[in-house]
Ligand binder design. Structure first.
Ligand code: SF4
Length: 325
């Protein structure tokens, strides 16, 4: 069953984050008509579901993002449209537009306290504004915007402070979160230990909030991916090729990308081809990655899964109490 369209609208980005595996240079971006074509194909031929727009940084091609949103708006079988961004392209009019768009889920990646956020998110050149400052200028409006999810990225070097960083993001007023430890990069064993401690501390903070009936939503509890970090589904890359997974985004897996192409926007795959391709992806990743990187990826993914498992009973209790209140 395919229930998501992954649109890599562009691979270009105005940041160079320390943990980012995405290969960015030398790639085209989708056009507005490509974005419309992808959405209509997903809706008409694959039964629809949700759409996730990723990059690179999608808001570097705002007209392409708007074209996809417009094409999806009135299609009954499109449930949600996720827009994942580093926030630099957001402004007041974007937030107004997204507030009035009934299917939008805005996902903004942040690292936590300004020193860690800035330390991990280097700008591609001096003309790029400070992304933390930029988001803080929009904070009052962001807090009023429906369905804003903060993806807290956790780098190996910042795992030791991840709980403090989470507390900082909470203190800003955000309450919907998604945790993203660095996948497809090597982690040292002490950094993995730090991640264990941090997830434990973050879980305690969340449990305390649920105990006090403070609203706190953790998206990781409701997502399941067969391959860590990458999304499976109908994946349209920025060069118009179609894949069953966006693993080809990773520079470390660039050399396997030809093996995952199952069609193009002009020559789309059948549902059967898509499903057969998805079944091959995990094995491909395992053999294509350096052993250390694959071991690290599995290790951080297991820690994230254990974190989620520890939270489920607390979530269920919170939900029961909230529903009864
Ligand atoms: S993590 Fe996102 S914002 Fe950072 S360099 Fe990669 S694509 Fe850009």
């Amino acid at each position: 069953m395919v229930n998501q369209l992954i649109l890599t609208v562009t691979r270009a980005c105005n940041l160079r984050c320390s943990y980012c595996p995405t290969a960015k240079d030398g790639w085209p971006s989708l056009s507005e008509s490509d974005a419309r074509r992808a959405v209509s194909m997903f809706s008409d031929d694959f039964g629809g579901g949700s759409i996730k727009m990723f990059g690179g940084e999608p808001l570097l091609v705002p007209d392409v993002v708007k074209a996809a949103l417009d094409e999806a708006k009135d299609r009954e079988n499109i449930r949600w449209v996720y827009l994942s961004t580093n926030g630099l392209g957001l402004d007041s009019s974007w937030l107004e537009f997204l507030s009035s768009y009934p299917k939008a889920i805005l996902t903004i990646s942040m690292d936590g306290r300004p020193e860690d956020h800035r330390g991990q998110r280097r700008a591609v050149n001096d003309g790029v504004p400070d992304s933390y400052e930029h988001l803080m200028t929009l904070l009052p409006q962001l807090l009023q915007t429906p369905r804003v999810v903060i993806t807290q990225t956790i780098a190996p070097a910042t795992a030791v402070r991840a709980a403090e960083n989470f507390a900082h993001l909470l203190s800003l007023g955000f309450w919907r979160f998604n945790f993203l430890p660095g996948y497809y990069i090597p982690w040292r064993s002490n950094q993995l230990d730090n991640l264990d401690v941090a997830f434990n501390d973050i879980a305690r903070l969340i449990e305390q909030r649920w105990e006090q009936l403070d609203r706190t939503y953790i998206r990781n509890l409701f997502t399941l991916a067969p391959t860590p970090f990458f999304n499976t589904g109908l994946v349209v890359d920025s060069d118009r090729t179609i894949h069953p997974s966006n693993v080809g985004l990773s520079g470390a897996l660039d050399h396997t990308r030809d093996q995952t192409i199952i069609g193009t926007l002009d020559d789309p795959p059948s549902m059967e081809t898509l499903q057969a391709g998805a079944a091959r992806v995990s094995g491909l990743i395992e053999t294509a990655l350096p052993a250390k990187v694959w071991e690290s990826t599995q290790a951080v993914d297991q820690k994230l899964s254990a974190f989620c498992r520890s939270l489920y009973p607390h979530w269920a209790r919170y939900k029961r109490r909230r529903d009864a209140a």
